[in-house]
Design a protein around this ligand. Sequence first.
Ligand SMILES: Nc1nc2c(c(=O)[nH]1)N[C@H]1C(S)=C(S)[C@@H](COP(=O)(O)OP(=O)(O)OC[C@H]3O[C@@H](n4cnc5c(N)ncnc54)[C@H](O)[C@@H]3O)O[C@H]1N2
Ligand code: MOO
Length: 432
Amino acid sequence: MIDDFDDALALANGPGRAGAAAEGPAGEAAGAPAPGPRRPTGRAAHETPGWEAARATAYRAARPLPPRRLPLDLALGHTLAAPLTALTDLPAFDTAAMDGWAVAGPGPWRLTGGQVLAGGPAAVPLTDGEAVPIATGARTPEGTTAVLRSEDGKVAEGQLHGPGMQPGANVRPRGQECRTGAELLPARTPLTPAALGLAAAAGYDQLTVRPRPRAEVLVLGDELLFRGLPQEGRIRDALGPMTAPWLAALGAQPLVTRRLGDDAEALREAIATSRADLIVTTGSTARGPVDHLRAILAELGAELLIGGVAVRPGHPMLLAELPGGVPLIGLPGNPLAAVSALLTLAEPLLCGLADRPAPAERHARLTSAVRGHPTDTRLVPVSCRELGEASPVTYAGPAMLRGIAAACALAVIPPGGAEAGAAVAVLGLPAT
Ligand SMILES: Nc1nc2c(c(=O)[nH]1)N[C@H]1C(S)=C(S)[C@@H](COP(=O)(O)OP(=O)(O)OC[C@H]3O[C@@H](n4cnc5c(N)ncnc54)[C@H](O)[C@@H]3O)O[C@H]1N2
Ligand code: MOO
């Protein structure tokens, strides 16, 4: 069942082995000539899209979810459906940028008495030669020419002394950041904490957003245990705990993770009755005796948009559209293959559903050569000890998570491989 080529390569690339891949992999695969022909997949080669084409198809396949209004405190992680335009000038009034004194004209200045506080009532106007204590953020009184910082001034006998200042020093003029109606963020921007703060500052109580796509995860496989140690041929479910958080990091709102075993009827029912915007299954993508997924999708009238991708690991991954238009992504059961499918299909699809731009490409330089698959793209877990550098990690076989759990990215290795020093695309992994 296991792909010998992927497993051999996974053990060949690792720290301290710079150049080894160029010389040929160690151990079992050492000296192996170029790997043999691809394992038959039951479909003609031209039906399996390349990695980039699959990502583009997944992005295009998504129909953006309808916009809705949300209060600001519920809008985190959703996507702006319309440009964020300022509802006010910012600052909305001339403001002291420092604690000190608002002064009018050149010094020394006569203190008028009282003080001006942020949020307080409008202060009495100043005339030349006058000053009043002022707090950062307070409206400057009419006639103010500058604000003298508290550490730069001295008061003696009711007079304030300090250095000469440029007009406008330490004053934030009204509209410095924006005028009413200015576009602060374009539509399709993800609502980060900073974006929410900006929206509040600019006067918003609600925002029109494309909602985070709601995702349901269906974990398949009778061999899975959900607690304790592997035993009697059964293993722990590694994909249940990983998939929903990963989808969340990619912009989804996970609804539920359901464990369905290899029960075909339960799978059919779960898919047919799901209320999610995206269904993600784990396992059952291949053609094993209890791999029911493809047959059930066909029975339900789903359109298979991607039946497999020329990528290692993860080539049996799939993308289908259910009759109601809801997409379903099938992650292969081998755990690193599932990660490959999350980044190959789920990332662009989620961008499409939220109407975000397609994921931006980042690049890094390989610290060592990486062998390629003859015809398929490889996704290789890499650590990033230096900014912009990518070093393949060990324990990166399709069934392993040890390498990816210590990695910072997946490097995209084109068919045929990449030399040490080559710039390759990298896909970031969630930090938490
Ligand atoms: N004749 C062929 N056999 C296989 C091929 C192939 O092309 N021809 N492809 C192999 C590749 S590559 C992969 S990847 C797997 C994909 O298998 P499935 O998606 O059908 O998944 P399963 O058969 O259910 O499981 C495969 C493997 O993964 C383990 N697994 C499954 N779910 C989990 C989980 N939640 N947590 C941890 N591990 C899981 C499962 O026990 C198997 O070891 O097919 C190959 N076979
Ligand atoms: O090797 Mo499979 O490619 O684990 O998806």
